[in-house]
Design a protein around this ligand. Structure first.
Ligand code: ZN
Length: 483
């Protein structure tokens, strides 16, 4: 029988507050000496008491309302007990039966259908992060591990979706949009490679007409959008194969091994009762003033969907372009900055979506660190408009700009690669090409339009691409007729 894919996601985002969740330690811990960014509270020393950072609450509410959640006026903190060296208290302060936000949704557009697909958001809650284990050498043969508590107590929001995804690609599209939303909200930088946005997934299969869910497998350790899609596809295929052979699926947690492109069994999946949740006695129930929630809702910044619509309307670009340009906050900002400097917004989107994104991806550089700024891009486009360089030459200049960070005009000056503007010089080359290729001229005179393209190509070859092709095209035609 045909199987239906059922996927649900659990996403942790690191909230960009200045201080940790329950103490005054800084959240700026990356690159710091291990265990220097700690205090008695985040180390869980006896006698220390947690105090909730109000900014954490504000950021979590902002996330929840942007995902159309209802806010619980009173929610609770629970202790989630687990004994692992990265957690000095042996429990994590999290939320359990009464989370901050519930019953939300997010809509995604799938490329093959015009209709929007609604993904249910089960809950949004806050919790603290754990520390990090650093294994000596290779993890399998490591003789000992070191622990760094700098990350302990960093605030997280956990977003849990309903099992509403029917393919790995839908899950990927959702994640790209979610990242753009949290970036626009200013609550998380959304960097999956660095771990400030982490995604786990539950994957199961069921008979196409059945309403009961199959046994689910949890997948962890997917560190990029690409990895999410690959890992989920691998897991779907693995389960399909087992079921086809009549082998039962075991409920377990599997780890995505990026280098081998496989999921590997880690452990049988914990149930909630394994964590011995109980209400956190050191914190009062979390009361949310509904006025505060309303105010946050009213003051939400422009979100990617609205921004996309505005791009289509204001800059007259196709929906496809607007979708890509708003897929990250920084990319949208780059585009808008460019449009403030240059009026042809479609030319801008072509260059950004084409050359710029390609070079950034190839070199694994984020748009924030792009060696080509909006000013530099526009500087190059103006050289094309002024006829100093051709569009084709500009591609080479763009590559040099990307590698060196220099302005287009400086590159042009240094290399002397300008377009030939002296018409007489071009006439000479054209006449030479006409003389050398009597056969093509004859063909053209007999009505073979193709022959003309060949002649133009010859002129471009002699001038090393420095002639303006449309000028050559028009002119060479007239000069043939004169002969
Ligand atoms: Zn601390």
């Amino acid at each position: 029988m045909k199987k239906e894919v059922v996927i649900g996601l659990e996403i942790h985002i690191q909230l960009m507050t200045k201080a940790k969740m329950f103490c005054h330690c800084s959240t700026d811990y990356i690159g710091k000496e291990p265990n220097t960014n700690t205090c008695p509270v985040c180390l869980g020393l006896p006698g220390s008491l947690p105090v909730l950072n109000k900014k954490v609450l504000e950021f979590a509410i902002r996330t929840a309302v942007a995902l159309n959640c209802e806010i619980n006026q009173v929610s609770k903190f629970h202790r989630k007990n687990y004994f692992y060296p990265d957690l000095p208290k042996a429990y994590q302060i999290s939320q359990y039966d009464v989370p901050l936000g519930i019953k939300g949704y997010m809509e995604i557009s799938l490329p093959e259908s015009k209709e929007k697909h609604r993904i249910g958001i089960t809950r949004v809650h806050t919790e603290e992060d754990a520390g990090k284990l650093v294994h000596k050498g290779d993890i399998a043969s490591s003789s000992y591990s070191l622990v760094d508590y700098n990350r302990c107590g960093i605030p997280l929001a956990e977003i849990v979706t309903e099992p509403d995804f029917r393919s790995p690609e839908e899950a990927r599209i959702f994640l790209v949009k979610l990242r753009s939303i949290v970036q626009h909200l200013g609550v998380c930088d959304g960097n999956m490679e660095e771990g400030s946005m982490r995604c786990d997934a539950n994957v199961s299969l069921r008979d196409a007409k059945s309403s009961t869910l199959g046994t689910k497998v949890e997948i962890k350790n997917m560190n990029s959008f690409k990895a999410v899609k690959k890992a989920l596809q691998f897991e779907v295929d693995r389960q399909k194969k087992l079921l086809a052979e009549g082998i039962e699926i075991i409920q377990e947690t599997r780890h995505w091994d990026e280098s081998k492109s496989v999921t590997i069994s880690m452990r049988s999946k914990e149930e909630a009762h394994d964590y011995r949740y109980f209400p956190e006695p050191d914190l009062l129930p979390l009361k949310v003033d509904l006025k505060m929630a309303d105010e946050i809702r009213r003051n939400l910044p422009e979100l990617p969907e609205a921004r996309r619509e505005r791009f289509i309307k204001n800059y007259q670009i196709p929906e496809y372009d607007a979708e890509i340009l708003t897929s990250s906050k920084a990319l949208g900002d780059f585009y808008e900055k460019s449009t403030s400097l240059y009026s042809n917004s479609k030319v801008l989107s072509n260059w950004i979506m084409g050359e710029l994104i390609r070079y950034l991806n190839e070199n694994k550089i984020e748009i924030e660190d792009s060696p080509i700024s909006p000013e530099k891009l526009v500087g190059m486009l103006k050289l094309i408009d002024e006829g100093i360089v051709s569009g084709k030459m500009a591609k080479g200049i763009f590559e040099k700009m990307f590698k060196t960070g220099k302005d287009a005009s400086k590159i042009v000056k240094e290399s002397g690669i300008t377009q030939i503007t002296d018409k007489n010089e071009l006439f000479e080359v054209m006449d030479r090409v006409i003389k050398e290729n009597p056969r093509s001229v004859e063909d053209f005179n007999e009505g073979k339009e193709k022959a003309l393209h060949y002649l133009v190509g010859q002129v471009m070859r002699y001038t090393k691409g420095r002639a303006k092709p449309d000028f050559v095209f028009d002119t060479i035609k007239q000069r043939i007729k004169k002969i």
